[in-house]
Ligand binder design. Structure first.
Ligand code: FES
Length: 69
């Protein structure tokens, strides 16, 4: 699914930017930066935030585990 049509970013791209190994983006603006592009029209920001919320929990868990082990 294309999330950002200006930069042709998919939901997969966004998730990988949120991953600690993929840039560890902590805000919607950082997602663009991590993916090597910049925010343009901003229409995708809402969707990116939603993806961040959806993945936020599991990312935090993965991070916690990485620290424990
Ligand atoms: S759709 Fe993402 S900046 Fe335009």
């Amino acid at each position: 699914m294309i999330v950002c049509s200006c930069n042709v970013l998919t939901d997969h791209d966004v998730r990988s930017a949120l991953n600690p190994d993929g840039g560890n983006a902590r805000s919607a603006g950082e997602v663009h930066r991590c993916l090597g592009c910049s925010r343009q029209c901003g229409r995708c920001m809402h969707t990116i935030r939603k993806i961040m919320n959806d993945t936020g929990c599991s990312a935090a868990h993965a991070h916690a585990h990485a620290h424990v082990s």
